[in-house]
Design a protein around this ligand. Structure first.
Ligand code: SAH
Ligand code: SF4
Ligand code: F3S
Length: 447
């Protein structure tokens, strides 16, 4: 392989983890574009490769370390290549990464994201490696340009960090304490997105329901939702993630009364046993959660409900696990994201006694997924014969003759392409077949 010329300016970013990371990558891309770099899909062609990393579970980390190993070959072939590791794993493993992986030029922590541009220039000049990982966020980190991946749907961060310290979770350690963005900045960004033709936004935070609580007298999440809804420039407003403990009547009313806020509640329950929830430090009981669900169903009929569940939390007995099965059967979630508990060193749960053996965890996950799949299928079958409003997102991934989009309730819909639909349109689709993960149907008409 030949060495790429010095003036070759292209970048390739690989993003792992959650929506927050997706949005961060757009802001990493924005800084590189400002330096004159263009995106390339071919990693071997890039002058800068960035991995924006996640460490929420061991499986994510393993995958990323594997990728870092692979990059050694590219660096050997092209010594001018700049390799950067950013994000949550960079924050957590900073020194290990810097010392052990000599082919990495830049380790960029979660609080240093806005420095990418200047650090790349520094590396180009000095050809020295850089470790940029601050322990804490700066008070007023400057805004950086964003290059959005998608022209229909945009991420809008409303707050950073998390104060909850669920005992299994690494996020508060790598993302710091909660910091809310000013309401006027958020509304301004949303208005700008509306003006650019975006149809959907997702307000992002680790715990959006505690928006504003870090500033005395600040507007809260319900106020923010209402402000964004009233602005009226965006057809669909989504948000994630809600902590059940902080979801309240005011937020539910804002969703009920809003015109553009989608009727979808993602409320991670995590476990169905009060004892496990207490060990997880979740701050609510099963009864509280079921009450919240009843309230949502009463106030926002037809809303969809999804959740996250961890199986095999330390000390989880068969009895406690069966309580989780009971909860999913009682609530009847539209979908559940299910995870094997993963020990994260430094978190309280990692040091708890009675860690559940891997084979028991896996067997429980199988049973949980099976039970949930049956429920999802049943609920999706009920949509057969109905007409739903769908935002057209693009070609179906598996079949170029088909299109895909989502309902307001966040269900994926697939239909035979007619040529009458355009990406970004709101259309009516009649559902002919409800399946476990998707709804299939026929285009009826543009809305
Ligand atoms: N702030 C969000 C997202 C956190 S990470 C929230 O509170 O919902 C997304 C999901 O990953 C969590 O909801 C949880 O179900 C899962 N998760 C977090 N830490 C985990 C761990 N150590 N092992 C397994 N799953 C974990
Ligand atoms: Fe992790 Fe809990 Fe914070 Fe979510 S709310 S990021 S699960 S500590
Ligand atoms: Fe992963 Fe960091 Fe998100 S650990 S889940 S990328 S906040």
């Amino acid at each position: 392989m030949s060495t790429l010329p010095d003036d070759h300016k292209s970048y390739h970013i690989i993003t792992y983890g959650c929506q927050m990371n997706e949005n961060d990558s757009e802001r990493l891309a924005g800084q590189l574009r400002k330096l004159g770099y263009e995106e390339t899909r071919d990693m071997a062609d890039a002058a800068i490769i960035l991995l924006n990393t996640c460490c929420v579970r061991e499986s994510a980390e393993k995958k990323i370390y594997g990728k870092i190993g692979e990059l050694k070959r590219l660096k050997a072939a092209n010594p001018n290549l700049i390799i950067g590791v950013a994000g949550c794993m960079a924050q957590k493993d900073r020194d290990k990464l810097f010392k052990k992986a000599a082919h990495i030029d830049l380790v960029l922590g979660t609080h240093n994201l806005h420095q990418l541009g200047e650090l790349v220039e520094e590396i180009l000049q000095s050809r020295e490696r850089v470790l940029a990982v601050w322990e804490q966020a700066e008070q007023n980190a400057p805004d950086v340009p964003t290059i959005r991946k998608n022209q229909i749907s945009a991420w809008v961060p409303i707050m950073y960090g998390c104060n909850n310290f669920c005992t299994y979770c690494i996020v508060p350690y790598v993302r710091g304490r909660e910091r809310s963005r000013p309401l006027s900045d958020i509304v301004g960004e949303v208005r700008e997105l509306g003006g650019q033709g975006f149809k959907e936004i997702t307000l992002l935070g680790q715990n959006v329901n505690s928006y504003g609580k870090d500033v005395p007298g600040h507007a809260d999440f319900a106020d923010l939702l209402t402000a964004v809804d009233r602005d009226g420039t965006i057809a669909r407003i989504r948000y994630m993630t809600s902590h059940p403990r902080d979801m309240n009547a005011k937020v539910i009313a804002a969703i009920r009364d809003g015109n553009h806020i989608c009727e979808h509640f993602h409320l991670p329950v995590q476990a169905g046993s009060d004892a496990v929830l207490a060990r997880m430090n979740r701050g609510y009981t099963v009864d509280y959660y079921l009450n919240l669900v009843r309230q949502i169903r009463r106030e926002v009929p037809g809303a969809s409900l999804t959740t996250d569940i961890i199986v095999g939390f330390p000390g989880e007995t068969e009895e406690e696990f069966s309580e989780t099965l009971n909860v999913i059967k009682t609530v009847r979630f539209d979908a559940a994201y299910t995870f094997l508990y993963s020990q994260r060193s430094g978190t309280p749960a990692a040091a708890m006694p009675d860690q559940v053996p891997p084979d028991i965890k896996k067997e429980r996950l199988q049973r949980l997924m099976q039970a949930q799949n049956d429920i999802s299928l049943e609920l999706n079958r009920r949509q057969e014969g109905q007409r739903v409003e769908v935002l057209v997102e693009g070609d179906s991934k598996n079949d170029a003759n088909k299109m895909m989009g989502r309902t307001r309730t966040n269900k994926i819909v697939i239909w035979e392409k007619t040529g009458a639909e355009t990406v970004g349109d709101l259309v009516q689709v009649e559902i002919s077949s409800g399946q476990t993960w998707v709804l299939k149907g026929h285009l009826r008409q543009p809305v």
